[in-house]
Design a protein around this ligand. Sequence first.
Ligand code: SF4
Ligand code: ZN
Length: 741
Amino acid sequence: MSKLIATRAIRGANKLVARAEKELDAALKTHCPDKKVEFPNTGYFLPISYGMLGMEITKVAQLKELLQEAKKLLHPVPDEKVWVPYLGHTLDCGMATLFADEIIEAIKYIDKPPYVVAENCPEDGNFWLGAADDIIMRKRGIEFVDGTAPGFAACVGSCPSTEVAVKIARELQEKNLYVFMSASSSASGGNGLKSMADQLREAKVQMGWETRLVPFGSDVTATIHALGFATRAALAFGGVKPGDFGRVLKYNKMRIFAFALAFGEVDDETHAQAAGAINYGFPAISERDIGQILPTGVCTYEHVVSPVKPEDMVQKAIEVRGLKIQIHKIPIPVSYGPAFEGERIRGEDTYAEMGGNKTPAFEFVTIKDPKEITDGKTEVIGPELADLKPGTQIPIGIVAEVAGREMQEDFEPVLERRLHNFINEAQGVFHMGQRDINWIRISKETKEKGFTLAHIGTIIHAQFHTEFGSIVDKVQVKIYTKEADVLKWRDVAKKAYHKRDERVGSMTDESTDTYYSCLLCQSFAPTHVCVVSPERTGLCGSYNWFTCKASFQINPRGPNQPVPKGDTIDAVKGQWKGVNDFIYQTSRKALSCMSAYSILSDPMTSCGCFECIAAVLPLANGVMTVNREFAGMTPSGMKFSTLAGTVGGGQQIPGFVGHSKRYVISKKFILAEGGLQRMVWMPKVLKEEIRELFNKRAEEIGVPKLLDMIADETVATTEEEVVAYLTKTGHPALTMPPLMG
Ligand code: SF4
Ligand code: ZN
């Protein structure tokens, strides 16, 4: 092993422990010993000292004990006399470094932390995010467990150029890895200190947890937030007890595929960080020649590999860490993977926009005779991106035709609902919604790179084969961009949507012992569970009971599982023992019960794809609901977008519930609160859209004129105005028992 690395790492550790001591002394002079120390919004203690030593640090004076632990592990900087040819001393010093880092970072939070407390980096100004809080930890940590993210790359220092930084970030994103950035260094040939995150900012790359490019801090000690994250993952998801350092390290070695990439000048302190990371089994790859530690032992393969050319570093790291990534490389000119799912595209960065209430749009999967399909063919019928000026809004109709011996009509909506993720995962392509409320934006940058509308077909073709290989043999895609075509084919699609919705027909919830789950939206709302019963469709409106059943048939280990109802707990609220047990397990124990037919007591969680959101209007003694297409103000004081932001994300919020349009006319619509009679406000478009079915239902409940008694935006946009209208029309809600007990 390289003596140089050991010497520098041990020297770095000594320097950092000395720095920690100095800063702690200073902090103790200006603060009382009981002054609170914590990372903001965390219910845990400081993660490294808690995980490794079981120390429950909450006060500044306790950091002294941690400093003692660090000192115990320090070794003198080796010279010819004390040199030992194995890794032990370096590893001890690495651990001492982590303790010192944690002390220094904790002190920063007492005074004025150089961090913004946010999930994503603000577009201007300071972008350093510091320690992950509990919400981020829960949402992101789980991805390391379920494999959505295989691990992370801790990138320290600055790349040779901004372009290289962007390229490396994209490469890591494409492999679904998180990119944790810290520590400024001088780049090769550059002067002044910089970090990779500074370079990404220069290139206007979106950073934050959502894009998986996470800048922790410019100080070398901020590297601790990467290892803090890893430590907490072991405690939270590995069932490791605090203080059981052996298992914390082992869990990380076995389960978290992480490694460090060191760019630019590597100083003593950075060497010390690498030594700390090796304890976790995370190897380091350096651009500079810092020597090598090749024999395997702690890490799966090598420990330190250098020098490696920047463009080869990601590949090398993956090799060294033994990470198997299966990428089905889709032939499109931009990066592709789940990391790009959360990406937003701002209006001014948009090259072309389709749907989203601005132009007619739809997406549709339909089964065809194999003879009619040429596999892999995509036709764009109408203008392509190249024919458009930047910032244009155009109609779009995406028709994916599929064939396969095992393919059935029931499978169409299952495939169709996945178009959302598939299209969204292309870098610089934003997709939202489904059916005829879809919304697509393509960024200018992506267009520049050569992306065309036809590539949407390329993506669908590749992903249908990959994900639905067992039922799909052939896929061809037609993309319509002329308004007349879009309208014509949208009608065809709408008939099919309607037919699918009708498929459940007269089936009732009581007529089956089994409901189905949909966990598809857990990719962004980890605790969200849709429970789909014959009388309550998934809240996106795309999955009804039959769709879920079909999906389960296609993939028995997929997102739609049968849920045995079990004993009925409350028939009016819609609570069943089996459903509650299922929810408890699949929400990762975040929820213990759910009432399928209630808006007030334990309502269903809402992810973000709901067609409508219902909200209680206490003054009116009823509820309102607003559909996604309606952009105006509602009597709840919030527009759809604000409501969606408040209610979405997989939480259970009494008084609000996301639902499909279809659910409004279900016999089980908020049954617990008295049913459809409680509806007091709806946008006019929604009224018109469901008028026929609504009237049928109103007839059944004995209030045939109900729809016209319900206020809309033409007569009321405040609760007071709603009440006035209800009084005028004699709406039944006013004489119903009080909604809020
Ligand atoms: Fe599935 Fe519900 Fe998401 Fe629709 S909203 S895809 S039913 S989890
Ligand atoms: Zn959803």
